[in-house]
Design a protein around this ligand. Structure first.
Ligand SMILES: Nc1ncnc2c1ncn2[C@@H]1O[C@H](COP(=O)(O)OP(=O)(O)OP(=O)(O)O)[C@@H](O)[C@H]1O
Length: 354
């Protein structure tokens, strides 16, 4: 930590840190100094500055922290006239992943649904692109062996290059993408079962040049069968997200999904209700989350532009960034990132399992 002390006017690094001890990180419920988030304090006359190191670039509460920090320093350190707050971010790594997989991925998030067609791939895609738009390093692993349509949603086609025996992910909108579809012979339906499936899924994690990733989003096949089991056994998952639609049938499927995650000891980040609106109604996802005792992460409304953009390889957060649905995806991404930073802070991973 560098600091220019200015003892003449009583403004010291220690006094600034003392003031910042009164500012809480709103999600983590501890102060900025205890969480080691304050860096590079500078003091020039009556002007002080420092960097707050966020645990995710997608932090939804940064303006609140900025305001509270400025107020605290001005109030508690006499003589300070100007406070410049800078932000930087390092995403914390999930301790369950570090060292277990031979890849540099900090967090692995699985997106699941009890049944097909509820918008799981749409959520995976827009969530990934939203996190990348916030400045995070993001990858998507399309493990949906029944309908690997992530490449279409990203507008990607062709096979990945092989470099030194590893696949190089294709890339769009700042997101690295690998799909089970790339491994399947074209036009052939492959029945992946048991050990074959297990091996194929594991390869998508370890035999790919992911580079450094903050978040790897895994689009699971719908349902709660072989593939999900295999995945949860092959790799440590930071958390799972369950996508549902507002209808009752979808909700009971979602509940099955939650039960499967719990059995596999995968922490549940929460439930997303997709396609909410006049046709399907709304509120079902929230009710399902309540019944399951997990967090409700939000609602994405039904918008034909989501389907059109998906088919054309242009996620709505890029194609119609000002639309309500795009804003809902952006908010969702910030919330998921915040939930993960809280989770990775917990000392005992067992505590995370709801
Ligand atoms: N909120 C929405 N509004 C309008 N259309 C949507 C919305 N969400 C998803 N869709 C459309 O619904 C269809 C199914 O979505 P998607 O492929 O994401 O579902 P899925 O659950 O991944 O399905 P699968 O089980 O086939 O993998 C797609 O055509 C998609 O564009």
């Amino acid at each position: 930590m560098t600091a220019t002390q200015n003892p003449q006017n009583g403004i010291t690094e220690e006094a600034i840190l003392q003031a910042l001890r009164t500012v809480q990180e709103p999600e983590l419920h501890q102060d900025l100094v205890t969480l080691n988030m304050v860096r590079d304090i500078t003091i020039r006359g009556k002007e002080v500055g420092f960097t707050i190191m966020l645990t995710t670039p997608a932090c939804p509460l940064r303006s609140r922290m900025e305001q509270e920090s400025i107020e605290a320093v001005k109030r508690l350190v006499p003589g300070v006239e100007t406070v410049n707050v800078r932000f930087d971010a390092t995403v914390r790594a999930d301790s369950r992943i570090a060292g277990k997989l031979n890849i540099d991925v900090k967090n692995i998030i699985a997106v699941a649904s009890g049944k097909g067609g509820v918008g799981k791939s749409t959520v995976s895609t827009n969530l990934a692109v939203s996190l990348a738009l916030e400045g995070a390093q993001v990858g998507v692993l399309d493990a949906d062996i029944y309908g690997p349509n992530i490449p279409i949603m990203f507008g990607l086609s062709g096979k990945p290059r092989i470099e030194q025996n590893k696949m190089v992910p294709l890339e769009a909108y700042g997101v690295k993408v690998i799909s089970m579809g790339f491994l399947m012979p074209e036009g052939e339906a492959v029945v992946w079962r048991g050990p074959m499936l297990h091996k194929a899924i594991q390869q998508l994690f370890t035999d790919v040049r992911w580079g450094s990733l903050d978040y790897l989003i895994v689009d699971l096949p719908p349902g709660t069968g072989d593939a999900q089991l295999s995945l949860a056994q092959s790799v440590p998952l930071t958390g799972g997200i369950i996508v549902t639609t507002p209808q009752a049938v979808a909700i009971s499927d979602a509940r099955r999904g939650a039960t499967a995650f719990k059995r596999l000891e995968v922490p549940i980040l929460g439930v997303i209700e997709n396609m909410a609106g006049e046709i399907f109604g709304m509120g079902g996802g929230e009710e399902a989350a309540r019944q399951m005792g997990v967090e409700f992460l939000g609602r994405i409304e039904l918008d034909p532009r989501i389907r059109e953009g998906g088919d054309a390889g242009k996620p709505i957060v890029i194609d119609a960034p000002d639309s309500a649905a795009a804003q809902q995806f952006r908010t969702l991404a910030r919330l998921v990132a915040a939930r993960i930073s809280v989770m990775t802070l917990l000392p005992d991973p067992e505590l995370r399992i709801l």
